[in-house]
Write a protein that binds this ligand. Sequence first.
Ligand code: ADP
Ligand code: MG
Length: 440
Amino acid sequence: LWKETLEAIKNNFKEDTFSWMSKTSLFRIEDGIAYVSYRSVITKNIMSDSNTKALFEQYLSEMWGEAVTITLMHYREVEKMMPEEIVQRRTKELVQTKFNADYTFENFVQGKSNQGAYAACFHCCIEDTHTFNPILIYGNSGLGKTHLLHAIGNYLQKEIPEKKVFYAYSGDLVSILIDAMKTHNVQSNTVEMVQAQLIDNDYFLIDDIQNLTQSSSQEIFFKVYNSLIAKGAQIVITSDMHPNELEGIQNRLISRFNNGLPINILKPEFDTSRAILRKKLEGYEEACQINDETIDFLAHKFSDDVRKLEGSLRTLIFNATLENIDVIDLPFAQRVLSGQLIVAKPNKLTPKQIKKVVTKFYGLSYNEVEGKSRQKKLVTARHMIVYLCHETLGTSWTQIGQQLGNRDHSTIKSSYDRAIKLLKTDTAFQIAMNKIKDSL
Ligand code: ADP
Ligand code: MG
């Protein structure tokens, strides 16, 4: 990006002036500030000239796709401070997780299948002596594990805000730890710093532990884990299988996971499925209703996965609104869901499919959206992909990054923030979003 900028302004300057300028590099762009490092005072003086700076800013803004101002820094300053700062900022981002407001204890329907998991999660919030540590909840996808972790976070933030809660997908945690290891050097103790930040919590919630397979991350995680237990913090972990079946996770970790309380969360029994459907319907009752026969039908067909159960309900309501139907009955449900009963279409959506639909919508190729160019259309398409993956599938920042040419966690997170802003301010973006959602 910086090379392109230099290339673009080259002809405005004398050759020797330009050669001083070209000894700069762009360190990073954040919050509209481009950090540019220089090595010599001569370069600094040339670059500090207000006309020159303005010209750089103009070109850089165009290529970046957003207005940026340039801050000049000596390269030593950059080398010394930046890695720590970046790692610290990323960890802080994770620490300040906002929990999904819908995933509360109140909104969680209890039944035999999930009572144990619910009770353990709720009790660890209201009791200071953490009898079961860690609490490990395991079970298939779509049975409410993430919901319960968020419920702990929501509850504590509201009722006991002084408690520090840390939540992360294990994949995102790994990417933080790898960053910390990469930037660790004599001057900056990033690994210890991140460790300290992780330990400084009262609740430590790790989602989908099965993805913590990177071995050097496990080393750090092991230390953090032991310190947390030693100081009496509560650890809650979810996994898609019993700890003993986890692959690629060190035995000493597995034996610790078994120390506390592994709880199996099962698919909801028929009555629970019905109750979940009723609960999810609460928000829609004005718009349309569903008769009991249809509720029973859905509860039978989709109880293997609550995500699918919810999805079927949403599909029905969506179609009923389109066709102006007030009460959804069985024939209507069978007609609308007939395709889905065999292939469960809306639920098979993957990040990759979202990428496909969005790139097609904007007339782009995968190479373009995965590549480095900051052309406006490309940037917008990336924001769209990030937003849709996160909102509709709950894909982690790291996994979204993998779809987009291995962009890192914090880039994806800021892209998401940007999409939220665009959704509020940019009509073209809103319209595009609706069209894309329809075709998904
Ligand atoms: P997992 O993390 O186990 O894959 P999630 O926690 O993401 O599953 O749950 C998938 C969806 O199902 C979420 O929208 C969640 O709110 C819903 N869900 C699962 N179990 C329940 C339940 N017992 N009551 C209400 N909603 C539930
Ligand atoms: Mg989950």
